[in-house]
Design a protein around this ligand. Structure first.
Ligand SMILES: Nc1ncnc2c1ncn2[C@@H]1O[C@H](COP(=O)(O)OP(=O)(O)OP(=O)(O)O)[C@@H](O)[C@H]1O
Length: 658
């Protein structure tokens, strides 16, 4: 049964939307002017869309003869109307797009809103989410939207006072496109609430925020003109004429030489293409001539969007062909790990009809992408030299994403390693570059040591760190999940390999500065140790054979009795966990148990085993030593309940003996 749409419908805003509106209405966000940029941005997008739709679908029935944006201030009525004859919205779209906000990130939004609680937190929040249409409620106490989608017969009227609800109704006889009428709040200069019904104010705001918009932004202005007398000696008279002015220059910013464009103009353009509210951290402009002609204007944002790690994050790089907008978020122009880069690529030699499928195959697009990728990486590298503070904030916001490139883009791995920064045992609060790490390497050290784990604290406390700490070797502390991936791909930095300190044999160079005799003596001592512990080691290998591939003496422990290490190619426990979380089970890999012969527990176990090789309690101890080593590195026990039970039994026995 078909459901009919009621003529006027009152609907509640979703809880997050209401909270956001509340923040907006009471916002202390100082730049109230931004609402105009947002409305013009939306209108410009709508015009881009209708031009493209009409080009692709000749039967759409859209009117594209004079696409433009219009501002109509009403000084007496204190309203401002902004009109476009773009794509418009259907009734469902109005409810969907205007009635809800930040659909993809509602959970995240809810969390942030709870954090912000009051308006004091709102400027940041606005920066991250880009409030778009809702910013109108900073300046208006009622907003009316009238729209008709190109190709549809009926229009829709939407209205809200920014409180808890809004109304929608279907209306006949609406012009194609969208018009938004703001019932303006009283002017309050102290609160940066300017007179948005004043033509002069509007003219200067358009110039400031939206000059580059490629569609004409028009406004009717009333001018008084002197009229020459009709006949000689007659009186001069004045007349009022109404003229239509175009307020913006419409010059594409990416086509203008860099030194002719101000930082502020770039920043506004960035906000337009990215729908963001922050400042760009870096502007990259490329003008390629020759075989493939294109211009690109790219921005590295200063703030990561909330949906950076969500699958459907949007608004990347836009594709234009000869100044004509073709598509948003053109994945083909940027690798996935640079998805935070915003901007425009305007290619001269593509067809306006180009589709995503064609783009994927296109040689020119691939060449553009290769070049732009290198440009972005080198821009970040340059920042490191020229503005370390800015570099640091870019790395803090996007480092985790950039590191995905170490796995997915082997061609740029070296360049990415050169811009990367890592936590290190060298400093408690500052990260290090690999260049600096290498320059601090000890004589004889041939690898970059690192350890992966879930957090800096957990890694630092891992038993594997002990000898490195004791002997003053610097270790990189890698705690992002992606670190597991690229380090296991066998990377090196300018010829110096990376080595996990939880894998393979460790031979920290104790021999430096020793005479040959001393070296020989040390070797002999090691050999004796091995003999002394041989029985214990082979018994442990038998006892723990289901869990470990080998038991050996360790040179990496100074405090703990034991640790578990992998061989060079085995998976770390974190990587296993990651695979498991993604639904791919790995065959359980056996690692190596290393014992610290100087630890009283290990020494005691050796003596006890020599004296009472058949004592079943020693088997329990062996399992406990292995389990404790797993726990110490932040690993998981395969049977925690059995471990706890054995531990309780052993503790009880200890008490009884006492
Ligand atoms: N003038 C318009 N013509 C057609 N559709 C519009 C218009 N204004 C808004 N819309 C639709 O409503 C959606 C929501 O607009 P809104 O300004 O709230 O957010 P946005 O511009 O998509 O992005 P952001 O929330 O990041 O600013 C737009 O994506 C667009 O689909």
């Amino acid at each position: 049964m078909a459901t009919s749409t009621p003529p006027v419908e009152e609907r509640e805003f979703a809880a997050e939307t209401r909270q956001l509106l509340d923040l907006m209405v009471h916002s202390i966000y100082s730049n109230k002017d931004s609402f105009l940029r947002e409305l013009i941005s939306n209108a410009s997008d709508a015009l881009d869309k209708v031009r493209l739709e009409a080009y692709r679908d000749k039967d759409l029935g859209a009117d594209t003869s004079d696409l433009h944006i219009e501002l109509e201030p009403d000084t007496d009525g204190r309203t401002l109307t902004l009109r476009d004859n773009g794509i418009g919205m259907s009734r469902d779209e109005v409810v969907d797009l205007i009635g809800t906000v930040a659909k993809s990130g509602t959970g995240e939004l809810r969390r942030k809103l709870a954090e912000a609680k009051d308006a004091a937190g709102s400027p940041d929040l606005i920066g991250q989410f880009g409030i778009g249409f809702y910013s109108t409620f900073m300046v208006a106490d009622k907003v009316t939207l009238l729209t008709r989608k190109a190709g549809e017969a009926t229009g829709t009227r939407w209205e809200s006072d920014g409180g808890g609800s809004y109304t929608v109704e279907s209306v006949p006889d609406v012009a194609q496109g969208t018009q938004v009428t703001l019932h303006l709040k009283p002017v309050d200069e102290e609160d940066n609430l300017h007179d948005y019904a004043d033509p002069a104010t509007l003219r200067s705001l358009v110039k400031k925020y939206s000059d580059f918009i490629s569609w004409p932004i028009r406004m009717e202005v009333t001018r008084t003109r002197t009229v020459e007398p009709a006949e000689e000696g007659g009186e001069e008279t004045t007349e009022t004429v109404v003229e239509t002015d175009t307020l913006n220059s419409m010059k594409a910013l990416w086509a203008r030489p860099r030194d002719e464009v101000s930082d502020e103009e770039y920043a506004e353009f960035y906000r337009h293409v990215s729908h963001a509210w922050d400042e760009p951290a870096e502007v990259i402009s490329v003008n390629a001539e020759g075989t493939f002609e294109y211009q690109a204007l790219l921005f590295i944002p200063s703030q990561a969007p909330f949906d950076l790690f969500m699958r459907d994050s949007r608004h990347g790089v836009q594709l234009y062909v000869k100044r004509v907008f073709i598509m948003d978020d053109c994945d083909e122009l940027m690798p996935e790990y640079l998805r935070f880069v915003k901007g425009v690529v305007d290619a001269a030699d593509l067809s306006l009809n180009v589709s995503r499928e064609i783009l994927q195959q296109d040689r020119q697009i691939r060449a553009i992408r290769r070049r732009l990728t290198k440009k972005v990486i080198s821009a970040i590298k340059d920042l490191r030299g020229s503005d370390p503070e800015k570099y640091l904030s870019v790395w803090t916001q996007f480092g985790r994403v950039l590191k995905e490139g170490l796995v997915s883009d082997p061609d740029n791995r070296d360049a990415l390693l050169a811009v990367a920064s890592f936590d290190t045992t060298h400093s408690a609060d500052e990260q290090t570059s690999l260049q600096d790490y290498v320059s601090r390497m000890k004589p004889g050290q041939s690898s970059i040591y690192f350890l992966t784990g879930e957090s800096r604290a957990q890694i630092e406390n891992s038993p594997h760190m002990e000898a490195f700490r004791a002997k003053g070797y610097e270790v990189l502390l890698l705690s992002d999940p992606i670190d597991e991936m690229w380090t296991s791909a066998g990377a090196d930095f300018e010829g110096t390999p990376f080595q996990s300190i939880a894998k393979g044999e460790v031979d920290l160079d104790d021999d430096a500065g020793k005479t040959d005799d001393e070296k020989k003596a040390a070797e002999q001592e090691k050999e004796e140790r091995r003999k002394e512990f041989a029985d214990l080691l082979s018994w442990l290998e038998q006892t723990l054979g289901e869990s470990v591939s080998q038991v050996r003496l360790s040179t990496r422990l100074t405090e703990s009795p034991a640790c578990v290490v992998g061989d060079t190619f085995s998976f770390s426990p974190q990587l296993e966990k990651l695979y498991r979380a993604s639904g791919q089970a790995l065959p359980p890999s056996k690692r190596i148990l290393e014992l610290n012969p100087d630890h009283p527990l290990v020494a005691g176990l050796r003596e006890a085993h020599a004296a009472r090789p058949d004592d079943p309690a020693l088997t329990d101890t062996a399992h406990l030593v292995y389990g404790a080593a797993l726990l110490a590195e932040g690993g998981e026990l395969s049977d925690p309940a059995a471990f706890a039970k054995t531990l309780a039994a052993r503790l009880t026995a200890g008490l009884t003996l006492d």
